[in-house]
Write a protein that binds this ligand. Structure first.
Ligand SMILES: Cc1cc2nc3c(=O)[nH]c(=O)nc-3n(C[C@H](O)[C@H](O)[C@H](O)COP(=O)(O)O)c2cc1C
Length: 377
């Protein structure tokens, strides 16, 4: 499916309820991706690599910094064909220890005028053990595989750490990193885990378990914390302090937003998390702020409202070591990954960078530009 094919397919998919469209794509791609001719065709259509795109993240060298964001494939049902789109990293999940149905439908809404989505899925997923089975089927790939961990709805907040630990144990052998999701707006109270004391109570036992597993197995799984875009400056400072003190390995900024500034779509009043174009400015501001607050001691993955190579380049220059995309894939189709990679090569070469990693944080050196980016924090 190149960009042109998607332009025919999109009106059909957009005529359906968003979750029905997602399910249909999953069923069709799930079937046809079994045929080897299709995966060969897919490689021919989507493969694009360039040495300038190689980048360092969490002790690995990735073929490129463009990632699939969590929530697109919560149960790892299309892991192989999704990697075939040319992502340098892919995050599956969010999963909880036990399967759960999530909220009642409809629970995802298209805000087409804003190129945005609102979702209140509520961690619908088949459970951590099922995802582990799915990922076990994945052929070895150059891309970094992440898993996004949540807590079950009926697990009390004080016991959130136990759920994350269970997820970590179940998926330890199947992931290159794991993300602790304390920022989904769709599990009541979850975001309060970002506050200093709760965060410390959640992260300390988790990092201890990571280290114990590493001693036993010889494999150390980096743990990343995923943040909300709606944090105030002081909350961000506290979070960075605790993350570093507990030994967290990186940050993902950001999850969906609860704010609804400047939207035009009739569905903008729906409850849930906002993603897509309208949150990009916020993502850029948060990544800039985090890069400065961490003094580059923790790698940052930038996510939220990325639609173009220019968006990726701005986030990298603000301090992101890699990026992830969800909503733009719905609006632009699967060819977007290749388009962004090509554009990014041009931007990096134009400015004389020989690798993505070389460009990371270079906007922070120019204080005036990051002051502009951070003005509304
Ligand atoms: C339908 C949907 C489900 C999502 N599920 C998860 C999830 O399970 N865990 C998570 O950390 N983020 C989840 N996200 C958030 C995305 O990973 C991403 O942070 C957010 O959508 C912003 O990126 P975007 O503007 O490119 O979509 C979900 C987003 C959407 C739209």
């Amino acid at each position: 499916m190149g960009m042109s094919l998607y332009s025919y397919l999109k009106p059909v998919l957009f005529s359906l309820d968003p979750e029905t469209a997602h399910g249909l794509v999953f069923r069709v791609v799930g079937q046809v991706s079994r045929w080897s001719a299709i995966s060969a065709l897919q490689r021919a259509l989507f493969t694009y690599d360039h040495p300038v795109l190689r980048c360092d993240l969490l002790g690995h060298t990735l073929p490129n910094p463009v990632g699939l964001a969590a929530g697109f494939d919560k149960d790892g049902l299309l892991a192989a064909p999704l990697l075939g789109l040319g992502f340098g990293l892919a995050e599956f999940g969010g999963v909880t220890p036990r399967p759960q149905p999530g909220n009642a439908r409809p629970r995802i809404f298209r805000l087409s005028e804003d190129e945005a989505l609102i979702n209140r899925m509520g961690f619908n997923n088949r459970g951590a053990a099922h995802l582990a089975e799915r990922l076990a089927l994945l052929p070895a790939s150059e891309a970094l595989i992440g898993v996004n961990l949540g807590k079950n709805l009926d697990t009390p907040l004080e016991r959130a750490s136990a759920d994350f630990i269970e997820g970590l144990r179940s998926l330890h052998d199947r992931a290159d990193y794991m993300t602790i999701n304390v920022s989904s707006p769709n599990t009541p109270g979850l975001r309060s885990l970002q506050r200093r004391d709760s965060l410390q109570r959640t992260l300390e036992p988790l990092c201890a378990e990571r280290d114990a597993l590493a001693r036993r197995s010889g494999k150390r799984i980096p743990l990343l914390v995923k943040l909300a875009p709606d944090l105030a400056r002081g909350e961000m400072e506290a979070l960075v302090e605790v993350a570093i003190a507990c030994g967290v390995d990186g940050l993902i900024a950001t999850n969906t937003a609860v704010s609804r500034d400047g939207l035009r779509s009739p569905l903008c009043g729906e409850e849930g998390g906002l993603s897509g174009r309208p949150i990009f400015a916020r993502t850029l501001a948060v990544v800039s702020a985090l890069y400065r607050l961490t003094a580059a001691r923790l790698p940052i993955i930038g996510v939220g409202g990325i639609f173009s190579a220019e968006d990726v380049y701005a986030l990298v220059r603000a301090g992101a070591s890699a990026v992830q995309i969800y909503t733009a894939l719905i609006y632009r189709g699967p060819g977007l990954v290749r388009e962004i990679k090509k554009g990014l090569v041009n931007l990096l070469q134009r400015d004389g960078f020989t690798s993505v990693t070389q460009a990371v944080g270079t906007a922070a050196a120019d204080a005036s530009s990051s002051d502009i980016a951070e003005k509304d924090i």
